[in-house]
Ligand binder design. Structure first.
Ligand SMILES: Nc1ncnc2c1ncn2[C@@H]1O[C@H](COP(=O)(O)OP(=O)(O)OP(=O)(O)O)[C@@H](O)[C@H]1O
Length: 258
């Protein structure tokens, strides 16, 4: 477990977060802090609001109430989002990786990674390419710089998506089921890159069904159900001695399935 400085300001501070779709309350007043360098793994049954929670943390979903702060700066307050210009600036601090990769299909791997820094960080093509090649090296794909996304495996696409998110130099990385769309034999290569980022001190929030990853890499495991966080704690506690019966039966169901 990483040392967490109790006096450090949280990297992500969430208070009273509420989100509904129509009459369906998905997040019912969530309070949570993510400390710098922490890896928070979010687990819970299907439909428990894990993705919605993550998406609220970078403004992809607009909540009805509550606040989210990134590095002390409000992304939303009392359910009101920042104006677009400020929201976009703050979003650059929060990288997001989706289940479905979301690469630009008409751009090469290198151009996928350089686009954001050129447009939003105002880097020259040459500067952006130097950084992008280093990131592709980090995710083990330096040799695929000129390839088109369609020629890559799912695991390779996801590693490009991670490199692309990192190219914006985020302070926090959000992963929404990054391995769920992958064939089982490709899951490991993506988890490996995520483990590397964790070991380098990246602050991460990860929604995943990969319980081994939650156990090995998570500093905190958050269990969601019924519109809220039902418990949160160190993986060894959550996995061996959860305080909630709902956590126990969820884990039992998941662990017997895998
Ligand atoms: N855009 C939307 N419009 C209407 N309902 C939505 C929308 N997005 C999510 N929901 C509903 O909100 C609830 C929570 O969805 P969410 O995707 O956050 O759950 P989850 O825990 O991530 O589920 P899963 O593990 O299956 O991905 C679900 O009942 C879902 O159907």
């Amino acid at each position: 477990m990483k040392e967490v400085n109790p006096n450090a300001a949280p990297m992500v501070r969430i208070r009273g977060l509420r989100k509904s779709f129509g009459s369906h309350v998905v997040l019912d007043g969530i309070d949570f802090d993510v400390q710098p360098s922490q890896v928070v793994v979010v687990i819970g049954p299907s439909g428990s609001g894990k993705s919605t929670f993550l998406r609220c943390c970078n403004g992809l979903e607009k909540p009805e109430g509550g606040s989210v702060e990134i590095c002390g700066r409000p992304l939303m307050q009392d359910g009101r989002m920042l104006p677009d210009h400020d929201l976009n600036a703050l979003r650059e601090e929060v990288g997001m990786v989706f289940q479905s990769f979301n690469l630009f299909p008409h751009l090469s791997v290198l151009d996928n990674v350089t686009l954001g820094p050129r447009k939003l960080r105002s880097l020259s093509r040459a500067e952006a390419e130097v950084e992008a090649r280093a990131l592709l090296e980090k995710v083990g794909l330096a040799h695929k710089a000129s390839a088109m996304p369609a020629s890559l495996s799912g695991g390779q696409k996801q590693r490009v998506a991670i490199a692309r998110a990192l190219a914006m130099k985020p302070r926090v990385m959000l992963f929404d089921e990054p391995t769920s769309a992958l064939d089982p034999e490709l899951v490991g290569e993506v988890l490996q890159v995520m483990k590397l980022l964790a070991s380098e001190g990246m602050t991460m929030m990860v929604v995943t069904h990969e319980m081994d990853f939650a156990r090995e890499v998570g500093d905190v495991v958050v269990v969601m159900d019924g519109g809220g966080i039902i418990e949160a704690g160190a993986p060894d506690v959550i996995f061996t001695n959860p305080s909630q019966e709902r956590t126990r039966s969820f884990l039992q169901a998941v662990l017997t399935r895998t």
